[in-house]
Every structure is written in C-alpha cells, then in structure tokens.
Design a protein around this ligand. Sequence first.
Ligand code: HEC
Ligand code: HEC
Ligand code: HEC
Ligand code: HEC
Ligand code: HEC
Ligand code: HEC
Length: 420
Amino acid sequence: MTKSVKSFIIKNDMNMAQKISLLVIMFFIKINLIFLPLVMAKVTGVCSNCHTMHNSQDGQPIVKFGGWDPSNGQQTGSISDEPQEYLLISNCIGCHTNAVDDKTIITIGPSGGESYIPIVYNASVEPNYPEEPTASGSSNALAGGNFYWIEHDGDEYGHNVISRADSLLTEAPGRNQGCTDSCHYSLYQWRFPWPNSEGQGCPSCHTPAHHKGGSSTAVADEEDGWYRFLGKKHSQGPDRPILKGLEDPDWQQTVSPADHNEYWDTWDYGPGNAGISKFCAACHGNFHSTRYGPWAGNGGFKGGPGGGWHTAPWFRHPAGIFLPDFGESSKYNTDGSGDEGVPGSYNPVAPVSRQDVDSYSAPSEVVTVGSSGDMVSCISCHRAHASPYPDMLRWNYDTCQASTANSDCGCFICHTRKDE
Ligand code: HEC
Ligand code: HEC
Ligand code: HEC
Ligand code: HEC
Ligand code: HEC
Ligand code: HEC
C-alpha cells in the first residue's frame, strides 16, 4: 500500500470514525436532553457519592455535616466519628446544603457516576429569588424557597429547621392538635416520640425514599415515595390518600407557566383530604379555611341563604377551596377587565393546585374555575421552606396597596380588581 493510499484510507477512516463519534455524541446529547430530567428526579451515581460502609477511609472517619463545596464535590465541615443512618456520608441538612456559592443544583461524583443534589440551603451566598412567572438560572431558588433567608434574615422568614428554634413562636400558629414536645411545636427541637431529635427538622415533614422514583405514571405516588417524599407523616391512616403531584424534574430551577410542579388539593374534607393545604394544616390546623376551626358549625361554613361554598364573608383566608366561577378570582391571572369565569394561564408566582391531578400527564398552563376547578392553597401564597419575605410569603406583601397596580403583588393575581 502506498503511503498516499494509506493516508487516504486513514483519513477516510478517521472521517468515518469522526462521523460515528459525532453521531454517538449527538445521540447521547439527545438522550440526555430527553432523559436528564427524569434521571434528576431520583438518585443516580456511584454508591460512594452518598454512602460509606464503615465511616472509615484510610483509618479516618469521613462523615461531615458542613454542606458541599461544588468546586471539588466534597463535603465541608469537621469530620464526625458518628456514623449516620443508612450508612450515609452526611445528614439531611449537610447533603442538601451548598456551603460555598449560590448554585441550587450541584453535581458531585466521578464523571459517568454523577449525582445531582437539589440544594435547599445556600449557607454563604444568597440564591436568586424568582419574582417573575418565568425564570431560570443555576442560582434560582427551588420551589420550596431556600433556608438562606431564615438563617441570614431572621426567624420570621421561614421554618426554623436548621440552626435554632424560633425566638417568638413556641408552637405552629393555628395549631389545634399535636402532642407536647412534637413537631407541632418546634421543627428544630422536638422529642416525640424520640428522646433527642435536635436537628431533625427535615423528617418532621419528609419521609425520604431516595431510591424510589418510578416512571410508570407522571403523578408521583407511592412507587415514587409520594410527592417530594411528603407522604406518610400527614396521612390520616392506612389506605387513605397521601399527598401526590407532578414533580418538576429540576425542582423549578427553571420555571414558567407550562413548566412547574403540580400540587394535588381537594375540598373533600374529612379523612379523604390529604392535599397540599391539609398537609400544612397537619400542624397549622385552624388555618385550613374555616372548616377545621373549633368554632366550626354547619361543616365549618357560614350558614344562611346559599350557605356553603363561597358564602362570603370568610373568617380566615380560604385554602383548599376552588376558585369560584364568578367574581374577580374567576379571572385568575388576567387584568380583571374580561368576562367572569374566564381565567388566564397558570402563574407560578401564585400557583393554583389541582383537584384532578391524577388526570395530568404533564404540567399544564391551563387553569379552570368552578366546583371541579383549580384551587387556592397554602402554597399559593407561601413557600414551604423559607423566602426573602416575612412569613415565608412568595412576594413582598408590604408593597401590596389597594387601588394601586403592582405586578409584584401576588394577591392581585387572584383579586384581579383590587388594584384598580
Ligand atoms: C445521591 C446519593 C445516593 C447514591 C448515589 C446512593 N444512595 Fe443509597 N440512599 C441515599 C439516601 C439519601 C438514603 C436514605 C434513606 C432513603 O431515602 O430511603 C439511601 C438509602 C439506601 C438504602 C436503604 C433504603 C432502601 O431504599 O433500601 C440502601 C440499601 C441503599 N441506599 C443502597 C445504595 C446502593 C447499593 C447504592 C449504589 C448502587 C446507593 N445506595 C447509591 C442516597 C444515595
Ligand atoms: C447523601 C446525600 C443525601 C442525604 C444524606 C439526603 N439526601 Fe435528599 N436527596 C439527595 C439527592 C441526590 C436527591 C435528588 C434525587 C432524588 O430526588 O431522589 C435528593 C432529593 C431529596 C428530596 C426531593 C425528592 C424529589 O422528589 O425530588 C427531598 C424532599 C429530600 N431529598 C429530603 C431529604 C431528607 C429529609 C433527608 C434526611 C433524612 C435527606 N434528603 C438526606 C441526597 C441526599
Ligand atoms: C414544614 C415542612 C417542611 C420542612 C420542615 C422541610 N421541608 Fe422540604 N419540602 C416541603 C414541601 C411542602 C416541599 C415541596 C415544595 C413545592 O413543591 O412547592 C419541599 C421540597 C423539598 C425539596 C425539593 C426541592 C424544592 O425546593 O422543591 C427538597 C430537596 C427538600 N424539600 C429537602 C428538605 C430538607 C433537606 C429539609 C431540612 C433542612 C426540609 N426539606 C425541610 C416541606 C418541608
Ligand atoms: C410538621 C409541622 C409543620 C408543618 C407540616 C408545617 N408547619 Fe409551618 N410551622 C411549624 C412550626 C412549629 C412553626 C413555628 C416555628 C417556626 O417558624 O419554625 C411554623 C411556622 C410557620 C410560619 C410562620 C413563620 C414565622 O417564623 O413567622 C408559616 C408562614 C408557616 N409555618 C407556613 C406553613 C406552610 C405554608 C406549610 C405547608 C407547606 C407549613 N407551614 C407546614 C410547623 C409546621
Ligand atoms: C390563588 C388565588 C388567591 C390568591 C393568590 C389570594 N387570594 Fe384571597 N381569595 C381567593 C379566593 C378564591 C377567595 C374566596 C372568594 C369567594 O368567596 O368568592 C379569597 C378570599 C379573600 C378574602 C375574603 C373575601 C370575603 O369575601 O370574605 C380576602 C380579604 C382576601 N382573599 C385577601 C387576599 C390577600 C390580601 C391576598 C394576598 C396576600 C390574597 N387574598 C391572595 C383567592 C386568592
Ligand atoms: C391568600 C394568601 C394566603 C394563603 C392562601 C395562606 N396564607 Fe398564611 N399568611 C398569609 C399572609 C399575608 C400572612 C401574614 C400575616 C397575615 O396577614 O395574617 C400569613 C401568615 C401565616 C402564618 C404566620 C402566622 C403568625 O402568627 O405569625 C402561618 C403559620 C400561615 N400563614 C400558615 C398558612 C397555612 C397553613 C395556610 C394554608 C392552610 C396558609 N397560611 C394559607 C397569606 C396566606
């Protein structure tokens, strides 16, 4: 074979190889684009990213609680010789904390064996708070907000879970049940039923099932460990419904009217109710519309002509009730000038929850009103963890002024005529 022919073949071969590798690369990029989100919804990666068999390496313990340093994918903090349950390398807070920067999803582990960790606490650098219905960016706070604000701004900005008990609140406001010393009093320091539960704030709401994550249905239910692992704790007994929903694959780091979580809620009160509002009401019982109040009569609703649903005036802001098909809130997310009963699209700033979430195969921007329609829930106005605003509200309530248009005030997304 002459040199020139050989080089021609090699050249040609290389072209072929290049072509093939290009195709392979493109194939994987495509696969990744399609599947990365699904992968991110359940744990992936080599076991040693998260587990240590003996809490020992080179004769030294390895458990640490300081949160991740994203630049090297290592936990920070001082070494603890206390092995963790499930042989984990850290605890809930340590593993869900970014100790160094403002990134809210971080990647750890060796190439090909990565794990993606949703961050709920940026310990040193403030994450970005999404104020608009459409937002994206690697430092966007995830759906529950971020514990940064309670740790840095004060107790009223969120649930006191991480470093101290609330200096003012000695029980969950609205509490109407709960054993003494339980998480109905403090999420930081509670002793029921375990003798010493300091630092156990996360499991008072979550029942983790990290290796679950079925994909046979879009709705996160039992095979997925329930919506965001929020099942079990607040179910009202065996065989009763538990919180379910559609889990946004990047936990709403990118969010828009068509790209978001879907929350289940219901106004079927009694044991059938385990929707997102009842979830919060497990500790804040009296705030779940009037019907759970000790004053409740007539099923909790004001009597009189047409008694029952939507018989104003209300005594506490309703949650777990549908948007009526009349009046200003039937024009959800519009400027309020249109016809009653014709809402605009889903707005993640003041999201609605769904009664019929089981029928969803993907998140939707369509909102419906009326008795089988979408609902106002606790999550319409609050973040679950913490936010930059007092009472962990989703927007700056202090700027909401009657008769003053203000696109930053979430109340006007439903009360569409109160800004005129
Ligand atoms: C990205 C982190 C992560 C990776 C990687 C990981 N795990 Fe886990 N694993 C967890 C967490 C967190 C728990 C805590 C309990 C829970 O949520 O169920 C857990 C729990 C477990 C449990 C007990 C609960 C159960 O579901 O059975 C076993 C067993 C387990 N892991 C085995 C493994 C093995 C084997 C690997 C590697 C093939 C692995 N894990 C990789 C995070 C991880
Ligand atoms: C070793 C690291 C590690 C520890 C420890 C850990 N997690 Fe996680 N957690 C992860 C990773 C990785 C994910 C993302 C994959 C997933 O969604 O399961 C995750 C996801 C989650 C989610 C979101 C689930 C969803 O549907 O997207 C919740 C809630 C959660 N963890 C709570 C906890 C709680 C509560 C604890 C303590 C009991 C805990 N985690 C301990 C690594 C950890
Ligand atoms: C008061 C109850 C409560 C406590 C306490 C709590 N969470 Fe959550 N968490 C929630 C709810 C509700 C959601 C779903 C938020 C949503 O989808 O809007 C959530 C979501 C999450 C997610 C998914 C990311 C996101 O922001 O949606 C992770 C991860 C998580 N929690 C981890 C933790 C960890 C770790 C702790 C302890 C440091 C903790 N949670 C404490 C209620 C709680
Ligand atoms: C497991 C019990 C529990 C659950 C579930 C729970 N909370 Fe709380 N919540 C508390 C306790 C205890 C406090 C008072 C101490 C604190 O702030 O941590 C509190 C305080 C609050 C505050 C006042 C914060 C402040 O410091 O001023 C708000 C607002 C709030 N919760 C909203 C919610 C919402 C919304 C949900 C549902 C996503 C929810 N809670 C679910 C126990 C709970
Ligand atoms: C997701 C939609 C939604 C958001 C956001 C919302 N509301 Fe409401 N609000 C409703 C619905 C629905 C009712 C019940 C209306 C009815 O009975 O017809 C209501 C009722 C009320 C009432 C009682 C009215 C009466 O007739 O008794 C007041 C006051 C109120 N809201 C104020 C606010 C304020 C202030 C904010 C912002 C912090 C806010 N709402 C945010 C949906 C919402
Ligand atoms: C319409 C918006 C809206 C809805 C829906 C809503 N909240 Fe609130 N919540 C607020 C506002 C605004 C505050 C600030 C104080 C006030 O105006 O009452 C607040 C305050 C709180 C507080 C602090 C009270 C205190 O004493 O410091 C708790 C706890 C709370 N909400 C829990 C809930 C729970 C649980 C639900 C669902 C059952 C819920 N909220 C539904 C808007 C709302």
